[in-house]
Design a protein around this ligand. Structure first.
Ligand SMILES: *Cc1c(COP(=O)(O)O)cnc(C)c1O
Length: 420
């Protein structure tokens, strides 16, 4: 099946006489015939037991997303942050390190640099555009993973996924890719060698700003028995001595994440949330197409406008990431456009406050056009100098183009610029 068809049919097939639409199974627990059957589940969990870590409605969505990304399995989480966190905790313990590109979502930077550090896990940041030798110099004997973002939020840098897969695999560790902005409709990182894919489903996948969520997808391709990951190949005492690679084969990573981490942390979405996410997924391909079309028109307008200092949108010719975008995002660069307005911080705030249709909100990739000023919001704690070091110009505006008629979006931009 192709993506449009998968979005409508993967994950749930009605039984004879069953409901056409995936039902909401609103139940914390599940009933079994005997004590013995329940006992068996604690040895080999092959059925739903408790909705802290699995649920039939959420499972349908997990199967659909795994299918879209070309993975063997997926696990939904209650937020994108939970997905990033668990993707790392499934590999790293206190005393371990991992490598991440520095151009990633600000919330992830904080998680990696501050919070994980408090738990004894060190993140070593690298410049995604550095050459392979420089990046390889960041590896330590305790390095257990490499992390990057397909299309970085808010820098809009396109990651050379094949380069990072090559580097990670040379050092026998997996590559984890945050594919939130691209979605599997615009890029499938597993095709380029990523081993694990994570998403904030709160953005385009949900698509309607209805609820926060996340997902981890397992490609099934990484060899966990390469000697570097004993917790996959040695008995898990917390699960009656199960050996993940032996019992679950190429699904070892995603099943271990559920059995150990989701069991203990319980960051699982509700059935209702999964139902709403599924509605968003059904229309994802047509929405992404329109986001790309509107995004490109708005980016081109900004480029032609002399009140704007610079525009970043990888589908634009001349963008520093245009060549990489041609390879990894051949069908478009989503709806998020970064601009730097002339006049710095003050001008940015004035332009944003003058917009009437576009809303000022802490969100991105919404169905409605929205704007955010990183220097006042997500990166507020940084001084102007630190902002520049982080690649965030004080005049930078993250303009998230929605699905309104693009002429209305352009009219709104023009009227605000005219008032400057
Ligand atoms: C928003 C976002 C996250 C965090 O997801 P939440 O659902 O807000 O927890 C992670 N990565 C990227 C690229 C994001 O845009």
């Amino acid at each position: 099946m192709r993506d449009e068809t998968k979005c409508l049919h993967s994950g749930y097939t009605p039984e004879n006489g069953g409901p056409r639409v995936m039902p909401i199974v609103q139940s914390t627990t599940y009933v079994f015939d005997s004590t013995e059957h329940i006992g068996d589940l604690f040895n080999l969990p092959n059925a739903h037991m408790y909705s802290r870590f699995s649920n039939p409605t959420v499972e349908c969505v997990e199967k659909k997303i795994a299918d879209l990304e070309g993975g063997v399995g997926a696990m939904c989480t209650s937020s994108g942050q939970a997905a990033s966190l668990l993707s790392i905790l499934n590999l790293c313990s206190s005393g371990d390190s991992f490598i991440s590109t520095s151009t990633i979502y600000g919330g992830t930077v904080n998680l990696f640099a501050v919070t994980l550090k408090r738990f004894g896990i060190e993140c070593i940041f690298v410049d995604a555009d550095a050459d392979e030798e420089t990046i390889e110099a960041a590896f330590r004997p305790n390095t257990r993973a490499v992390f990057g973002e397909t299309l970085a939020n808010p820098a809009l840098a396109v990651l050379d996924i094949e380069k990072f897969a090559r580097i990670a695999h040379k050092h026998d560790v997996p590559l984890i890719i945050d594919n939130t902005f691209a979605t599997p409709i615009l890029c499938k990182p597993i095709q380029y060698g990523a081993d694990i894919v994570v998403h904030s489903t709160s953005k385009y996948m949900d698509g309607h700003a209805l609820q926060v969520g996340g997902v981890i997808v397992d490609s099934g391709n990484f060899n966990w028995a390469n000697g570097k990951f004993p917790e996959f190949t040695q008995p898990d005492e917390s699960y009656h001595g199960i050996v993940y690679t032996e019992t679950f084969g190429n699904m070892a990573y995603i099943i271990k994440a559920r059995m150990q981490l989701m069991r203990d942390f319980g960051a699982y979405p509700s059935a209702n949330s999964a139902f709403l996410l599924n509605l968003g997924l059904e229309t994802l391909p047509i929405r992404m197409k329109q986001y790309c079309e509107n995004g490109l028109k708005v980016a081109k307008f900004f480029q032609s406008c002399d009140q704007i200092e610079s525009v970043r949108y990888s589908a634009l010719e001349g963008d520093p990431y245009h060549e990489l975008a041609k390879k990894y995002l051949p069908n478009g660069s989503c709806g998020v456009v970064s601009i730097v307005i002339k006049g710095g911080r003050e001008a940015a705030v004035k332009f944003m406050d003058g917009l009437k249709l576009a809303s000022n909100e802490v969100h991105v990739a919404d169905i409605r056009t929205c704007v955010l000023h990183p220097a006042s919001a997500t990166h507020r704690q940084l001084t102007d100098e630190q902002l520049v070091a982080a690649g965030v110009n004080p005049g930078l505006i993250r303009f998230s183009v929605g699905l309104e008629n693009v002429e209305d979006i352009l009219d709104d931009i023009k009227q605000s610029l005219a008032k400057m």
